[in-house]
Design a protein around this ligand. Structure first.
Ligand code: SAJ
Length: 425
């Protein structure tokens, strides 16, 4: 069976390589011609994909990329892995899913299986995709087959890959489920069938909402611990020793990435259609946003201890990626925090080994480049602010050179000397 993957991003490209590696001929579709050219030149741009594997598959003609969606007609299986962001009013933006589906409908032919993998609100497959495909006149479950199966890749996770992460699948009809199940079972160790696409859609949004609310819980405790003079990091670690106990979450400067800050809003948006107000989930979202403002407060307090104010202070941020050892700055709380500091009159620079440049984006028109980590850069800052705890940074040196350090990730936990300089959230 020839497989078509629409969307060659952090989900689609690893998936295309996985399918290619087990022998399926794969066509990758993307509207971004630069990406198409890179893939066809064997040039990898996704951290979780091995350059050599991509290059080999392209070389052997197993995998090719195109922006010509007419080639969808050649595919027996079509997997949609396009982004599902929020609009500026923080409503679900499924325009990429709709555009992909319209392209598929144009070339839909008997025998094709279409599966959606993008994270979205429960009901998308049934209410949006199915009608668009049915316009072709073909009948679902008879002429073509439709399913939803969420991707669960955890960017940068070395232990769990596409292959050994259980795969949940929901089909529009029993035959759709059976065919989708068979497809996934050929390359994934454990496939978990559920009764409908909506059940599979909700499973995924639940998983990420679960993370968001648990992160909000430790963030709220972090705010309380600050007032009680307790160390939240010690408490979280100790609580983690409960047998079969809690999954350990850590406080931070806020939540970033393309999933955790976004997916819960897909659910709360859909819930309103059923006159249901997901208060708990929305409150968690508010707390995860509030902590970014709290970090600014901690910087102000650290500067005050040096008889300095935020105005005209030099703040040197260490780590802007949305989480450690990741080269992705999307929705990173660091962007918001640096903007807030600048608004208060601080001069903000940053160092991040994974993020050489921050292009102007929604929050600010400033284009920033990563400052090389030097003793001078550390010493001349009025405050060093650790927002992401990349493993490659020498925190002993950071604390030694800095005047004062605000650490939002407990990155300095192993630092022995100069601990009086560290303000831990
Ligand atoms: N964060 C905390 N405290 C924590 C955990 C995370 O503040 O205890 C922050 C991180 O710093 C980051 C944000 O939350 O800014 C999201 O981190 P994350 O690791 O939960 O999220 P992603 O988007 O990198 O990956 C997650 C996957 N994470 C894990 O399984 C650990 C998983 O939920 C999904 O497979 C993936 O999103 C997705 O694509 O949906």
């Amino acid at each position: 069976a020839r497989i078509g993957v629409i969307g060659l991003g952090y989900v689609g490209l690893p998936l295309a390589v996985e399918k290619g590696k087990v022998g399926f001929p794969v066509i990758g579709f993307d509207i971004n011609s630069k990406r198409v050219d890179k893939v066809n030149a064997g040039e990898n741009y996704i951290g979780d994909v091995k350059d050599i594997e991509l290059g080999d598959l392209v070389q052997r003609g197993v995998l090719k990329a195109t922006a010509d969606f007419a080639l969808l007609a050649e595919c027996d299986v079509i997997i949609i892995c396009v982004p599902t962001p929020l609009t500026i009013t923080r409503d679900p933006d499924i325009s990429y899913i709709e555009a992909s589906t319209r392209a598929i409908a144009k070339y839909l032919r008997p025998g094709q299986l279409v599966t959606l993998e993008s994270t979205t609100y429960p009901g998308t497959t049934q209410e949006i995709i199915l009608p668009l495909l049915a316009e072709s006149g073909l009948e679902v479950g008879k002429d073509f087959f439709l399913a939803f199966s969420p991707e669960r890749v955890d960017p940068g996770n070395k232990r769990f890959s596409t292959k050994n992460t259980s795969k949940v699948v929901g089909g529009v009809t029993p035959v759709c489920l059976e065919i989708a199940y068979t497809l996934y079972a050929q390359t994934i160790v454990n496939v978990v069938p559920v009764s409908s696409p909506a059940a599979a859609e909700l499973t995924k949004v639940f998983e990420n909402t679960y993370r968001a609310v648990n992160i909000a819980l430790v963030n709220e405790l972090m705010l309380l611990c600050d007032r009680m003079g307790l160390d939240i990091w010690e408490v979280v670690e100790a609580a983690g020793t409960k047998p079969f106990g809690i999954q350990t979450f850590y406080p931070g400067p806020g939540v970033g990435g393309h999933c955790i800050p976004i997916d819960p809003f897909y659910l709360t948006w859909k819930a309103r259609e059923y006159d249901f107000h997901t208060r708990f989930i929305e409150l968690a979202g508010e707390i995860n946003v509030e902590v970014s403002y709290y970090v600014v407060n901690r910087v102000i307090r650290a500067l005050n201890s040096e008889n300095k104010s935020l105005k005209d202070a030099k703040v040197f941020v260490l780590g802007v990626a949305y989480k450690k050892d990741i080269d992705d700055v999307r929705e990173s709380p660091a962007l918001k925090i640096m903007e807030l500091l600048r608004r208060e009159g601080a001069t903000v620079s940053y160092h991040d080994p994974f993020i050489p440049v921050i292009e102007p984006h929604g929050g600010s028109t400033v284009r920033l480049e990563s400052t090389p980590l030097s003793d001078a850069a550390l010493a001349e800052a009025d405050c060093v602010l650790i927002l992401t705890d990349h493993s490659s940074v020498d925190y002993e040196r950071v604390v030694e050179q800095a005047r004062v350090v605000v650490d939002t990730r407990n990155a300095t936990k192993n630092v022995k000397k100069n601990r009086e300089k560290i303000a831990k959230i």
